[in-house]
Design a protein around this ligand. Structure first.
Ligand SMILES: Nc1ncnc2c1ncn2[C@@H]1O[C@H](COP(=O)(O)OP(=O)(O)OP(=O)(O)O)[C@@H](O)[C@H]1O
Length: 334
């Protein structure tokens, strides 16, 4: 289980701070795929770095904490907190960063990249035994073992992404983080990657966190999800509830912008742009784009309101019992 306790993180720039993550609070449970959605620049990738303990200048955590509760084979629980989570990379938590080509070493064969990343964490010190185990694992994931001999540029974008997922999951970590795993891939390849992630998660019964700006990805594979806006998590709930009963006006607008089965009407994006994270506005950060904004919204931060089982949203409208809803829609996905 992974918990974020009111976490804020910022980039410390010469001319001020970029407050990329602001008091974010949620749990990722065991045996689920949790999705994080939101427009470009809202802080999704920064939030993943915070979870993975990938913190280095100019990024710093300014408030709150991250906790991972992991269990060993004997059922003994260990709590890892930010600042020490990096000691458990690969075994307890692993990360599939954005852009498979850029994160791989272009002059090393895939086999050597596996060895470099994994050998010091693996019980099998014998190289041949480890290679046999890697080959078995690739076959289990329906990847041809020949990829081990290849250099990254000899593989397609989709295959590189599959190799990274195989690498990140080889040691069966409790938590796997994936940043935009399907971006820049064509539709058929995207579907293959999503199926692979979902299959691996079902086999390992671990937790997965998937960041994607594509709501179709969340609709297809996540169990629960959070919607980020301007560094804040403005709604968290079961994915089915987010799509069929969205509560925050921003979530509703994101959902309404999706194509639906049998609806040929023109879809429009959300008018306006998100606020700067250097000097975010007081009150609700969505107020300037919200069709329902009231005076209160520009003055005071909305509190998090429970709107259903395991479903929360932060909007002043909810204080007045004005909820959302989008019942019974079926969305077109790739
Ligand atoms: N290394 C950095 N130094 C300074 N600011 C940064 C850095 N990385 C990201 N930011 C800023 O932090 C904010 C959040 O960025 P982040 O990349 O986390 O958002 P995102 O939702 O993942 O966006 P995208 O989908 O475009 O990657 C943005 O304002 C961005 O410009």
């Amino acid at each position: 289980m992974l918990r974020l306790n009111q976490v804020s993180a910022q980039y410390n720039m010469l001319n001020g701070y970029v407050k990329a993550v602001d008091r974010v609070h949620f749990d990722v449970k065991k045996n689920e795929i949790f999705g994080i959605a939101g427009e470009s620049g809202c802080g999704k990738s920064t939030l993943l770095k915070v979870m993975y303990d990938l913190i280095s200048y100019p990024l710093e955590i300014s408030h709150g904490s991250v906790e991972i509760h992991s269990q060993d084979k004997n059922g003994q629980t260990t709590i890892h907190t930010n600042g020490s989570i990096h000691k458990s990379w690969w075994k307890v938590i692993s990360y599939v960063p954005q852009g498979a080509m850029h994160v791989m070493n272009p002059v090393a064969r895939i086999k050597d990249q596996f060895f470099d990343a994994i050998s010091k964490y693996h019980d099998k010190k014998d190289k041949k035994e480890l290679q046999a185990e890697i080959t078995r694992y690739l076959q289990e994931l329906e990847l041809p073992p020949e990829v081990l001999k290849a250099y990254p540029h000899q593989l397609s974008g989709g295959m590189r992404q599959r190799v990274l997922i195989a690498l990140a999951t080889f040691l069966h970590p409790d938590i796997v983080l994936a940043d935009e795993p399907t971006t820049a891939l064509d539709v058929v390849v995207q579907r293959g990657i999503l199926t692979m992630l979902s299959t691996v998660q079902k086999k390992m019964k671990n937790s997965m966190v998937i960041v994607s700006h594509d709501m179709g990805v969340h609709y297809q594979i996540t169990d629960r999800m959070g919607i980020m806006y301007a560094g804040q998590m403005i709604e968290v709930g079961p994915t089915e509830q987010i799509f069929n009963n969205p509560q925050h006006p921003y979530t509703k607008m994101l959902i309404h912008a999706l194509p639906k089965v049998g609806d040929n009407s023109q879809k429009e994006g959300i008018p306006g742009t998100p606020p700067s994270l250097r000097e975010p506005p007081t009150g609700c950060r969505f107020a300037a784009r919200c069709p329902h904004a009231m005076e209160l919204c520009r003055i005071s931060d909305p509190a998090r309101v429970t709107v259903g089982e395991d479903h929360y949203a932060s909007c002043h409208l909810l204080d007045y019992g004005i909820g959302g809803g989008n019942h019974g829609a079926a969305y077109l996905t790739n």
